[in-house]
Design a protein around this ligand. Structure first.
Ligand code: DQA
Length: 143
């Protein structure tokens, strides 16, 4: 069963958007790196991005019974979405919450995460390298 990588609003602009905060690597580059590492680890990957909260909820629901685990960068939905949290609470496998930037060093509104109520692990400030680290940890968790 695949590992779902779910990416929220504005992450389609990764590499162009606030490069001083998020770096110059694109989301397509990140996906490529995850696929390469997944092949090495023998893990299938399903990599998705949407700007729409309902689409993220739909993908989390789809993951039920389909995905072995979820790595999610909910982006701004982290700080606003009870719906994404509720959806994740319906999923049985491991959930890793990932932020490219170190959110606790940033604005106060980024310090609270609804998703952290459910996440088994939370990452922030590892840059885009966090995606590969999350995949390695997922491999460990899934044994
Ligand atoms: C983010 C941090 C969020 O606060 C922000 O809204 C994002 C990206 C990160 O990856 O650092 O869009 O999740």
């Amino acid at each position: 069963r695949p590992i779902y990588f779910l990416n929220g609003p504005n992450l389609n602009l990764l590499g162009q958007r606030e490069p001083d905060v998020y770096g110059r690597t694109t989301l397509a580059d990140v996906e490529g790196a995850c696929r390469a590492l997944g092949a090495e680890l023998g893990l299938e990957i399903s990599f998705k991005q949407s700007n729409h909260e309902g689409q993220i909820v739909d993908w989390v629901q789809e993951a039920r019974g389909t995905a072995a685990g979820i790595v999610i960068n909910p982006a701004a939905l982290t700080h606003t979405s009870v719906a994404v949290l509720d959806a994740l609470n319906s999923f049985d496998g491991p959930v890793i919450e990932l932020h490219i930037s170190q959110v606790h060093k940033r604005e106060a509104f980024r310090h609270h995460s609804y998703v952290s109520q459910r996440a088994d692990a939370v990452m922030a400030g590892f840059g885009v390298h966090g995606y590969e680290l999350a995949l390695r940890h997922m491999a460990q968790l899934l044994g």
